[in-house]
Design a protein around this ligand. Structure first.
Ligand code: C5P
Length: 222
């Protein structure tokens, strides 16, 4: 069967990466978590004291360092110049700054170039904010995943609890809302449903149900 490209976009904590990973594994496709790339750059900027508003210095960081992935049994490991940063890029200092770093055109141009190279041959499940609109505009399957902010905050709250991270639910909810606001109002490639994307509201759905719903879309398009 011909290998297709699957673009999954949506707001923060809408479950994109969880379902994208499962789909990629089932289909023997490459999984590409584009959010992890913006997070890795943000982590680098923090380490090197680069101002989040300094577009040119951030773009230079992209050129000077290599962000790479490795598929492990349970998760995708993320590396900067060969050093693993999988956990570090999920910490609150990165999460709360990443939307500022990701708003710059020079940064996005570099990231999109790398992402398009990864998706060039198809056989990829890529998740992010602008995959269906900017990175893979010709993807055969485009999904826009949404869920109520309450449910997204609850999912993130539980995930944090499982990892032993203590968080305040209302703070988490406000942070998610704020990140969605920044991501959907920025000038360059804002978070937006592509005209030809299928919207799935996952509020009240479990992971298996979401995967099944996407598989139905894939089957209908194949
Ligand atoms: O998906 P995740 O929540 O890890 O993404 C982190 C941040 O990276 C998003 O809030 C957004 O600012 C940025 N991002 C982006 N474009 C993408 C993927 C992520 O701007 N394709």
């Amino acid at each position: 069967m011909k290998k297709i490209s699957i673009a999954i976009d949506g707001p923060a904590s809408s479950g994109k990466s969880t379902v994208a990973k499962i789909l990629a594994k089932k289909m023997h496709y490459i999984y590409c978590d584009t959010g992890a790339m913006y997070r890795a750059l943000t982590y680098l900027a923090i380490q090197q004291n680069v101002d989040f508003e300094n577009e040119q210095e951030l773009a230079t960081l992209c050129l000077e360092h290599t962000i790479s992935f490795k598929q492990a049994e349970k998760e995708q490991l993320v590396f900067i110049d060969g050093i693993e940063v999988t956990e570090a890029i999920r910490q609150p200092n990165v999460t709360n700054a990443v939307s500022i770093v990701a708003k710059h055109a020079a940064v996005r141009n570099k990231m999109v170039e790398i992402q398009q190279e990864i998706g060039r041959l198809g056989g990829v499940v890529m998740d992010g904010r602008d995959i269906g609109t900017a990175v893979l505009p010709d993807a055969q399957v485009k999904i826009f995943l949404v869920a109520s902010v309450e449910e997204r905050a609850e999912r993130r709250f539980k995930e944090n609890q499982e990892k032993g991270i203590t968080t305040d639910f209302d703070t988490l909810k406000k942070e998610i809302e704020h990140r969605d606001y920044l991501d959907s109002t920025r000038e360059v490639s804002p978070l937006k449903q592509a005209a030809d994307a299928v919207k799935i509201d996952t509020t009240g759905m479990n992971i298996e149900e979401v995967v099944l719903a996407i598989e139905e879309v894939i089957a209908a398009k194949s």
